[in-house]
Design a protein around this ligand. Structure first.
Ligand SMILES: CC(C)(COP(=O)(O)OP(=O)(O)OC[C@H]1O[C@@H](n2cnc3c(N)ncnc32)[C@H](O)[C@@H]1OP(=O)(O)O)[C@@H](O)C(=O)NCCC(=O)NCCS
Length: 236
């Protein structure tokens, strides 16, 4: 059965009271993964993200990014993550206990809540779930940009099998699925990404053949208005 995801195409509302009463064990009672898919070109999204004040250490880190567009993208990615978690549990974004784990993964400390974030230019997505989750967004990937050296042979074959006009979108879906698997499994950089194969079927269902990791479930969608692919993968 395909993964049931609560997709939301608007910025989380910072003023919303916490939708969930967090029980004492810290487990946020979500009934399905929430994934905000945002277009940074949308003025409402830009305003909501721009209003988030990041904690000082995060601002200092981001200030070191030389390229202004990239700095803005990564700043909005952190803002979106804080806004989404804050809106879910009723905390102001700067107070969200967000840290970075050993391989760069985002961690919400003290709550049984898993999060994931991704951006590619104007495309931005953040996901929340009470089990490990990975989200990824991708732009269409042209033939010459396909990262073949980091892909499983079956993934390359799936892209090559698509009609030429569909190939860039198929590549984006497959690569988004692969990176979402990578994030849900919190793989270390030492892992060879050619060692597992992600696949996206005609209904957008993501399956993974990975001898080294427990089962995951996921979906990948092409969103024409976003001009991008989004994939969501969770541990089961
Ligand atoms: C983790 C990785 C997949 C992120 O992908 P990306 O295209 O660079 O960037 P995205 O915007 O999609 O995601 C970035 C976010 O992923 C999260 N992240 C980073 N490393 C992570 C990991 N190992 N596990 C889970 N999440 C991770 C962070 O939240 C980061 O955002 P932040 O720095 O603002 O907190 C990538 O950096 C990586 O590790 N690549 C090396 C391994 C590889 O080649 N994999 C091939 C694909 S399977």
């Amino acid at each position: 059965m395909s993964l049931d995801v609560d997709f939301r195409f608007q910025a989380p509302d910072a003023r919303a009271p916490g939708a969930f009463a967090v029980p004492r064990d810290g487990r946020v009672p979500l009934t399905r993964p929430i994934v905000h898919v945002l277009d940074r070109r949308d003025p409402e999204v830009a305003a909501a993200l721009g209003a988030v004040v990041l904690p000082r250490p995060e601002r200092d880190l981001l200030a070191g990014i030389h390229h202004a567009d990239r700095r803005a993208e990564l700043t909005e990615r952190r803002a979106a993550l804080r806004l989404a978690v804050g809106a879910a549990i009723g905390l102001a974004p700067p107070l969200v206990p967000l840290e970075r784990g050993p391989v760069g993964e985002p961690l919400v400390t003290g709550l049984g809540l898993h999060v994931s974030a991704s951006s590619r230019g104007h495309r931005l997505a953040v996901g929340l779930w009470n089990r490990p989750i990975g989200v990824d967004v991708e732009a269409p990937i042209a033939e010459a940009a396909l990262p073949r050296t980091r892909m499983h042979a079956r993934e390359i074959a799936a892209v090559d099998a698509a009609a030429p006009a569909e190939r860039a979108i198929t590549a984006a879906l497959v690569w988004a699925a692969k990176e979402a698997v990578w994030k849900a499994a919190v793989m270390p950089v030492s892992r060879d990404p050619r060692g597992f194969a992600a696949a996206v079927d005609a209904l957008g269902q993501v399956t993974v053949a990975d001898p080294d990791h427990p089962a995951v479930s996921g979906i990948a969608r092409w969103l024409p208005e976003l001009e991008g692919a989004v994939a969501v993968v969770v541990s089961i």
